[in-house]
Design a protein around this ligand. Structure first.
Ligand code: GCU
Length: 694
């Protein structure tokens, strides 16, 4: 009897432990993102109307209220001319907006303030951009191009189109996370778009996704393949001026809008990296974009036409998008937006802004950022991208005088444009924590926050995200939490991008990755049969005489695409910021830097500094252990270890390779390389994924 009782007790204790353990596990896999708060007090919410969106707003307040117990909060739809479509007026007890989505965004803002301890005054808050979009590079077979967090949340294969409850639950969680930071549009598929995307079966699934996203204020967009009328429509041509082709697109648009009445529009990668486009039929980018724009106009849809185009010509790749698009400025329809990557090449660790920003004065232009870290350590390296985006958005183009920042040139402050937009290539997949790395969630968050308010500082964004994501559930002294967790970890995030630039590509170096994986170093990588503009030596130009790409008037003259005083400033060695030195100049190894060091020594210092920075991040994180749950702590710790190793490999690979040309020693006060160049090159040779470095 006694033994039985003992066993029962043991069993109960085991069950309780198991329950706590499993709840703990479930709770700390990172799936809850920055949305962890639960209500600490009751609230009364008054809202005169019901709708799917308003009901979400009311529920969120009730589920997350941390303000005065028993407070009454009023949600009110108004007609206020000072509010832009999604904007709202906020006070501690009332949210007013012109639209239901405005109310929803106001609710999330109020809850965020409560959780982060930021004060709520009477404020009017409008978003910077009308359209704040995620671009998913998801393929219909479920893989994700440049995705590092598992398979697609939207697509599981063409023979797996039925929608499950699990799908719907996940899409709703995704939509909620987006809405909480103000993201209001999703492009559901890869820019390298399969023509099959527009078949009726696939469109049915797109409709199902759109239905789940809609209540959260998120519009659905699709990337389309320009040759679709030929490939799935059976037409002989996809010439945009051909009447049958136009009709095909008209009919397709009609079909899409019958399924998705608020469909947002098309994203198009045309005549780029082998994708079909109007030039295949002797037509221009304007011909192609305008045809599609006309088709979508009656429904209020838009066309986002990408400017990521370049050919293997003798012309500097960095100049090609500008050369291609500037002649068409003013020739695009009002509902066309040219989508331009932040830099003139391709999401490199650091690039100057693309000269198209501000230069196209009669055409709407939108920035495309990359949240997925294709060129920044993927889901292994901790890199907070907000500082890079802030640097980009605040870059002065000078196009309309001083202060014509990229932000102001694209958000409608300077140019009169019907639509303003910004897009980020998503880093989201089926991984439990959505993004592969717990800190990569901060980049999703930061993108949304900057899209909403392009003047926010990265320090503010990091502060919010850390408080929301790592709010301690145990009782700690707030002073300890601040001093040992919040401040150092925030500092780590704010330094992390510069650290990566240091150990990968300092002083304006770019695109020196091995092969097509875009992960590890490969400054040597130049198979004879590849296009030159897909190999690192094209970009670093290292030789006995020095290193760097000459883009001054003596070289490719890419500096001339910038507005004065930038052309002069960037072209002149005395005034070119050292962060962009080797982007714009080819210089001898013993060139004298501002620090008094030679260029070679300075390069060595930067690489070494990058490695030291990551070692420091490891210390910061280890010290913060007691403030973080075990699961997330050790996941981040492991990734930091790998990042540290990789940073060392980057340093050694680049310095030992470039040293063959500089023939100078690594400064003796710096740590010596610990890898041999041959070993690193051999490692690269063994990598399975071979292909062009495009
Ligand atoms: C990069 C990336 C490709 C992608 C392309 C694009 O080159 O490596 O995978 O398709 O950008 O943005 O279109």
């Amino acid at each position: 009897m006694l033994t039985n009782k003992n066993n029962q007790v043991k069993h109960t204790v085991f069950c309780i432990f198991f329950l706590i353990f499993s709840i703990g596990l479930k709770a700390e896999d990172g799936h809850r993102l920055w949305l962890r708060a639960s209500a600490t007090s009751p609230v009364i919410v008054q809202c005169a109307r019901h709708s799917a969106t308003l009901d979400i707003a009311v529920n969120e307040l009730k589920k997350g209220w941390q303000g005065r117990p028993g407070e009454t909060v009023i949600l009110k739809l108004v007609k206020d001319k000072q509010l832009k479509n999604d904007g709202f007026r906020l006070s501690a007890t009332e949210i007013q907006a012109n639209s239901e989505t405005g109310i929803l965004y106001g609710v999330y803002e109020l809850l965020r303030r409560q959780q982060t301890g930021e004060p709520v005054r009477n404020e009017l808050i409008n978003p910077s951009y009308n359209l704040r979009l995620l671009n998913h590079w998801d393929n219909l077979n479920g893989t994700i191009e440049r995705g590092y967090a598992g398979y697609s949340i939207f697509w599981h294969g063409e023979d797996s189109l039925a929608v499950s409850d699990r799908d719907k639950k996940l899409w709703a969680e995704y939509a909620r996370a987006n809405a909480s930071v103000g993201i209001n549009g999703s492009v559901l598929n890869n820019v390298n778009a399969s023509p099959k995307m527009l078949t009726s079966e696939i469109l049915q699934r797109a409709k199902a996704i759109a239905d789940v996203l809609r209540p959260y204020g998120i519009k659905t967009f699709l990337a389309v393949n320009f040759a679709s009328p030929q490939v799935i429509g059976g037409l002989e041509t996809a010439d945009p001026l051909d009447p049958e082709v136009k009709k095909w697109w008209y009919d397709k648009a009609k079909e899409i809008y019958s399924l998705i009445p608020d469909f947002g529009g098309f994203l198009v990668k045309a005549n780029s990296e082998g994708q079909p486009g109007p030039q295949n039929f002797g037509r221009t980018h304007a011909d192609g974009a305008n045809m599609m724009a006309d088709v979508l106009l009656p429904y209020g849809g838009i066309v986002m036409w990408r400017a990521f185009v370049y050919d293997p010509s003798d012309e500097d790749r960095a100049k090609q998008a500008y050369n291609e698009f500037m002649p068409f400025d003013g020739q695009f329809r009002e509902n066309v937006i040219i989508q331009v990557k932040n830099g003139p090449i391709d999401f490199q660790p650091r690039e100057p802004f693309s000269p198209l920003f501000g230069a196209m004065k009669h055409t709407a232009v939108m920035p495309e950022l990359q949240i997925t870290q294709e060129y920044l350590g993927q889901s292994t390296h901790l890199v907070f991208l907000s500082t890079m985006w802030e640097e980009f958005l605040q870059s002065d183009t000078w196009q309309e005088g001083e202060g014509s920042t990229v932000a102001r040139c694209t958000d409608g402050s300077i140019f009169d444009q019907k639509y303003s937009a910004i897009a980020g290539v998503a880093n989201i997949g089926l991984d439990a924590n959505w993004c592969g790395h717990h800190f990569a969630q901060a980049n999703w968050y930061a993108f949304g926050r900057l899209a909403w308010d392009n003047s926010l500082s990265s320090a503010q964004i990091a502060d919010e995200w850390l408080k929301l994501t790592f709010k301690p559930e145990k009782q700690f002294s707030p002073i300890d939490w601040n001093l040992i967790f919040l401040l150092p970890v925030k500092q780590m995030m704010l330094e992390s991008h510069e650290a990566t630039v240091n150990y990968m590509m300092p002083l304006g170096l770019h695109h020196i990755f091995a092969a097509n994986h875009h992960y590890g170093p490969g400054p040597w990588w130049a198979p004879k049969d590849w296009r030159k503009d897909w190999t690192p030596p094209y970009y670093h130009q290292a030789g006995d005489d020095g290193i760097g790409f000459d883009r001054t008037a003596n070289g490719s003259n890419a500096v001339s695409q910038y507005h004065e005083p930038l052309t002069t400033q960037l072209g002149n060695l005395q005034t070119c910021p050292e962060a962009y030195l080797l982007w714009f100049h080819h210089l001898p190894w013993d060139y004298n830097m501002k620090s008094g060091r030679t260029l070679w020594d300075e390069l060595c210092y930067h690489y070494d500094e990058g490695v030291q920075q990551v070692r420091q991040f490891q210390k910061i994180w280890d010290k913060a252990e007691r403030f973080v749950d075990a699961e997330r702590f050790s996941a981040v710790q492991k990734k930091l270890r790998e990042q540290s190793l990789n940073a060392g490999e980057w340093k050694d690979a680049c310095l030992l390779y470039f040293q063959q040309f500089s023939k100078m020693p690594v400064p003796y006060e710096l740590e010596r390389p610990v890898n041999n160049l041959e070993t690193l090159m051999e490692k690269d040779r063994r990598m399975l994924h071979r292909g062009p470095t495009n």
